[in-house]
Design a protein around this ligand. Structure first.
Ligand code: HEM
Length: 442
């Protein structure tokens, strides 16, 4: 499907991933090879097994679903039964049809499965109208074009300082040193969060989406709840402090003064904080890693970029398409809906697999499995969603990636990936946990 990374001796240790039991009887044992998608009957094809994601072995599954069962039914999984929508046009149609397909946390929200009883986290990504728009409008000023202009010199300075501090000519882990650090700094700025404590934001982001990962949350649900409650305590204090002071343009101050958000109950504050932490952190972080990885996997594209750095903005969109940092969003049907000769029943869960739509041969003119940095349609990717919930931070994410690449090109002749990266395990946040690189000086 694509060129592979040539492994180079680097001396760095790949982080150990602990053995874990399968989450469901239809899932694989840890480390077991993922069977070929065509070796099982299509109605038994699993897709949300974390092991499939950890091994990056989902492409042939999505292709088969797109070709043979574009509305695919999984009768049983760790997250219960659900439909999969895998073709570009179908995903777009479901995403913009918010009257029939709900995002509301009251029906289970935007990830598959049910919320933990008595620990629901209302957040505006998981709300329907009119509450969704009321709250979205409140935070929008923090990422509006005038704020992005204001942020740009700061993002650039921090990016420059960070890139100037990496060990040139020596192997290091790109994920932690650059991708996590840069996005965490940005998040601390957006929240006006104590800068020296910023890694707490990284931790809460990791915890929030990895309740089932024993390396991140060995204490399971109890630990998950306890750490999120700690997050709430810290943010409640900041929220109350911002309420006592005049409004500024940071996200917490906007929420603390917003007419529709200042009286949020604590769990709603926590929900929205988690939304902004995960939304602003994991996604951009994994796009940053993907940009370096993709250009190494497709070296001809790196050559194109070196010959013409004005391709950076289009490359940023293409990387976000190719990576698809959030693999899916879930909806719940509010009424029976016919699609591809089948009926999605009221109350059913539906996964809109952006990751598959971004590789749908029916839509993309040039081979969608390849990273093509001057792809004509790159901006039409599904990675930010469509419709009323379309990512509110999309321009900010793009800005951070553009600046990162402008500063990389100014400093390094080449960033070389030394080994295949380690991948996140889980079907929602699609990303990287480790990737060894060497930065070669200009
Ligand atoms: C490459 C980077 C990013 C990607 C791929 C991404 C992806 C997404 C997706 C798929 C959605 C849901 C769309 C839908 O349901 O139709 C979303 C919503 C959202 N994103 Fe992003 N995101 C990124 C960066 C950011 C950043 C930097 C922020 C920080 C401010 C952010 C904040 C949000 C918020 C608050 C929502 C909820 C919007 C709503 O419900 O109205 N995202 N994002």
């Amino acid at each position: 499907m694509a060129d592979t990374i040539h492994k180079v001796e680097h001396g760095l240790e790949r982080p150990v991933i602990s053995k874990r039991p399968p989450l469901h009887e239809t899932y694989l044992e840890f480390g077991a090879p993922v069977p070929d998608a065509y070796s099982v009957p299509i109605d038994r094809l699993t897709i949300t097994d974390p092991e499939i994601w950890r091994q990056g072995a989902y492409w042939d599954r999505f292709k088969r679903m797109r070709d043979e069962a574009p509305l695919h039914w999984t009768p049983d999984s760790f997250s219960g039964p659900f439909w999969s929508v895998t073709r570009y046009e179908d995903i777009r149609a479901v995403d913009i049809d918010h009257k029939r397909f709900s995002s509301s946390w009251e029906h289970g929200g935007i990830v598959l499965g049910e919320s933990i009883p008595d620990f629901e986290l209302p957040m505006f990504i998981a709300m329907d109208e009119p509450r969704h728009s009321e709250q979205r409008k409140t935070v929008q000023p923090a990422v509006a074009p005038n704020m992005l202009k204001e942020f740009e010199p700061l993002i650039r300075k921090r990016t420059q300082d960070l890139l100037d501090s990496v060990p040139v000519g020596e192997p290091f882990d790109w994920v932690d040193t650059v991708s996590i650090e840069l996005t965490t700094m940005m998040l601390a700025t957006l929240f006006d969060f104590p800068f020296e404590d910023r890694r707490k934001l990284t931790r809460w982001s990791d915890v929030a989406t990895n309740q089932q990962d024993p390396d991140i949350c060995p204490g399971g649900e109890e630990q998950w709840k306890a750490e999120l409650m700690e997050c709430l305590t810290v943010f409640m204090e900041i929220f109350q402090d911002r309420q006592r002071n005049p409004q500024k343009n940071d996200l917490i101050s906007l929420l603390a003064h917003g007419e529709k958000t200042r009286n949020m109950v604590p769990m709603e504050l926590l929900g929205n904080v988690i939304l902004l932490i995960v939304g602003g952190n994991d996604t951009t972080r994994n796009s940053m890693t993907a940009s370096v990885y993709g250009l190494n996997k497709f070296p001809g594209e790196y050559d194109k970029l070196k010959a013409d750095p004005s391709l950076i903005p289009n490359m940023v969109s293409e990387v976000i398409r190719w990576q698809t940092p959030l693999a899916f969003m879930r909806r719940t049907a509010l009424e029976d809906v016919e699609m591809h000769g089948q009926t999605i029943k009221k109350g059913d869960q539906i996964a809109m697999w952006y990751v598959s739509g971004n590789r749908d041969e029916r839509f993309w003119e040039e081979d969608p499995n390849r990273l093509i940095i001057d792809r004509r349609q790159a901006r039409n990717h599904l990675s930010f969603g469509f419709g009323i919930h379309r990512c509110v931070g999309n321009r900010l994410g793009e800005l951070q990636l553009r600046i990162l690449w402008e500063e990389i090109m100014a400093r390094f002749s080449h960033i070389e990936v030394l080994d295949e990266p380690s991948l996140t395990s889980g079907a929602f946040v699609k990303g990287y946990t480790w990737m060894p690189v060497i930065c070669h000086p200009k």
